[in-house]
Design a protein around this ligand. Structure first.
Ligand code: NAD
Ligand code: TYD
Length: 352
């Protein structure tokens, strides 16, 4: 797998290890990659960490031949929309060039396999619902045939990578699978994304920055459910197909923020801070901010029997509890690089 030191990837590593599977984890350890996410995994011989870049063809090719994997699960990406607005180049490099390099190396490796190994090999590409663009309030949810209409540099780079994956199946027969999922949340998420950012700020009584009017809607998918969907698609998905993965939990951002406030007021009341909802601060909107995402996950349910099992309320409670119990992890990720980003993205917004 690639990107296994990031948020979703590290959750996936733990799931694989629990199933007794061997995982070769290729990760560049960018600001979003964190070795501390893998402390538990590192205790197991079946987790092998490889520090490297998916854009490095020679490194990827050598790694494949050294370990002879049965499948590649590709998580590695630049993943934060706001950063893609500030610095799109990094997104083109990793998400487009990196996926292309990985596909080239995967194809060369796959062509050397025996006929049985070739048939059983899978390349699973983890992508996003953001490739489909933005929905109006009454539009039907995104399904696998919804036309692509990416709006941010992040979404455009992921859409490009999806198209490359599709082309490698159609042109070369590489047995690919693509999953397009909604917003994940849960343990180990880097606190630049809405949910962990709000948990940490609310805990300390800092302003809770809500972009625009707070009425943008996202579908929220608990990371454990997402990882089980990836396993299901990897084991039983049909090569060449794409599967939409969602949590059946559409919420407006302001509702998400309010729910986090209520949970923290209950679990960690603080007389000085008081009612945490008063910390909400509406700040200037993200440019090109998509209004609504929603996922129709009926194909993966119908064909492969996968459904989300964790409700948003339950998943959010688990997530808040995890951040409360992992103060050390939080201190660890709040490095200079994190502080620089918070200053760059919020200082001017909050001052307005
Ligand atoms: P993340 O940003 O937390 O982690 C990305 C990981 O990739 C990091 O460990 C980083 O070090 C690694 N990486 C980055 N560039 C690399 C490179 N050039 N070579 C090797 N490793 C590199 O991301 P995430 O939230 O865990 O997302 C994982 C995947 O899921 C991404 O492809 C993302 O587009 C997709 N996705 C995420 C969400 C979400 O809500 N987080 C939703 C839909 C889809
Ligand atoms: P985010 O977690 O960045 O995910 P994505 O942009 O991939 O959906 O943002 C989720 C929603 O929350 C999105 O509509 C933007 C909004 N948001 C805020 O209102 N304030 C913030 O500080 C952040 C980071 C996001």
């Amino acid at each position: 797998m690639t990107g296994g030191a990031g948020f979703i990837g590290s959750n996936f590593v733990l799931q694989c290890i629990a199933k007794g599977e061997t995982v070769i984890n290729l990760d560049l350890l960018t600001y979003a990659g964190n070795r501390a996410n893998l402390i538990e995994a590192d205790r197991e011989a079946c987790h092998i960490f490889a520090h490297g870049d998916i854009c490095d063809a020679a490194f990827v090719g050598a790694l494949l031949r050294e370990h002879h994997p049965q499948a590649i699960v590709h998580f590695a990406a630049e993943s934060h929309v706001d950063r893609s607005i500030a610095d799109p180049g990094a997104f083109i490099r990793t998400n487009v060039q990196g996926t292309f390099t990985l596909l080239e190396q995967a194809k060369a490796y796959w062509l050397e396999l025996s006929e049985t190994e070739k048939r059983n090999f899978r390349f699973l590409h983890v992508s996003t619902d953001e490739v489909y663009g933005s929905l109006r309030p009454t539009d039907p949810a995104f399904c696998e045939t919804t036309p692509y209409a990416p709006n941010s540099p992040y979404a455009a780079s992921k859409a490009s990578s999806d198209h490359l994956v599709r082309a490698y199946f159609h042109t070369y027969g590489l047995p690919t699978l693509t999953t397009n999922c909604s917003n994940n949340y849960g343990p180990f998420q880097f606190p630049e994304k809405l949910i962990p950012l709000v948990i940490l700020n609310a805990l300390e009584g800092k302003p809770l920055p809500v972009y625009g009017d707070g009425m943008n809607v996202r579908d929220w998918l608990y990371v454990g459910d997402h990882c089980s969907a990836i396993q299901t698609v990897l084991e039983n998905g049909r090569p060449g197909e794409t599967y939409n993965i969602g949590g059946n939990s559409e919420r407006a951002n302001l509702d998400v923020v309010h729910t986090i406030c209520s949970l923290l007021d209950e679990l960690r009341p603080n007389a000085t801070i008081g009612d945490r909802r008063t910390l909400v601060q509406f700040v200037p909107d993200r440019p090109g901010h998509d209004r609504r995402y929603a996922i129709d996950a009926s194909k993966v349910a119908r064909e492969l029997g996968w459904r989300p099992t964790v409700s948003f309320e339950e998943g959010l409670r688990r997530t808040v509890q995890w951040y409360l119990e992992n103060a050390h992890w939080i201190e660890n990720v709040r490095t200079g690089a994190y502080r620089d980003w918070i200053r760059q993205n919020y200082e001017e917004r909050i001052a307005q």
